[in-house]
Design a protein around this ligand. Structure first.
Ligand code: URA
Length: 193
């Protein structure tokens, strides 16, 4: 039976909502599956839900989300045109980094997202997302602003590496680096599309 991308995503979401593969299910309020069109050309990948996301069930709705909205604008993108999700779909307690076994447990949903949506571009926000897609050690200080050819979950796409938008909360310099990266991202997308 033929299933649309939309239907496939809804099925994956139902699976995620029932997921107890790792310890994070015990402390979550909501599974934060993702938001955006099922046929988006551009996917943004964060690290994991924070307090506000856990409460609401939607990605990037807190302070980092505000920053993300203004960064998307800098790149000439609209939130409703991009698909946004995270490496882990349940909030790590106290917003700690997700642990390697939690990332591993959640990979079926990351792979599902990528193989269904088949985005042309994936933008990783921060080192956790970059390391997960590349399967190697990455420091943003050295690699931010890079555009790489990447294959993940049987899907080829351009991978753009940048900082996590929460970094802009830590100071003016970090904010400028993020803004410059998103400006460059907008130019890159225009030239490739
Ligand atoms: N930080 C993330 O990495 N993801 C969110 O959804 C919110 C904050």
């Amino acid at each position: 039976m033929h299933m649309s991308k939309e239907e496939k995503l809804r099925q994956l979401e139902a699976e995620a909502k029932a997921c107890k593969r790792c310890r994070l299910h015990k402390t979550r309020t909501n599974v934060v599956f993702g938001s955006g069109p099922a046929d988006a050309e551009i996917m943004l990948l964060g690290e994991g839900p924070g307090f506000m996301e856990d409460k609401s069930g939607a990605p990037f709705v807190g302070a980092a989300g505000k920053n993300l909205d203004s960064l998307l604008q800098t790149a000439g993108l609209k939130r409703e045109d991009v698909y946004i999700t995270n490496i882990v779909l349940c909030r790590p307690p106290q917003n700690r980094d997700p642990l390697p076994d939690e990332i591993e447990s959640c990979k079926c949903f990351l792979e599902g997202h990528i193989s269904v949506i088949k985005p042309k571009f994936i933008i990783t926000l921060g080192r956790v997302a970059a390391r997960t897609l590349l399967g190697r050690y990455v420091t943003m200080g050295r690699e931010h602003g890079k555009l790489l050819d990447c294959t993940y979950a049987g899907t080829d796409f351009k991978l753009y590496l940048t900082y996590h938008p929460a970094a802009a909360l830590y100071g003016a310099e970090a904010k400028q680096r993020l803004q410059a990266d998103f400006k460059k991202l907008g130019q890159r997308i225009k030239s490739i599309r």
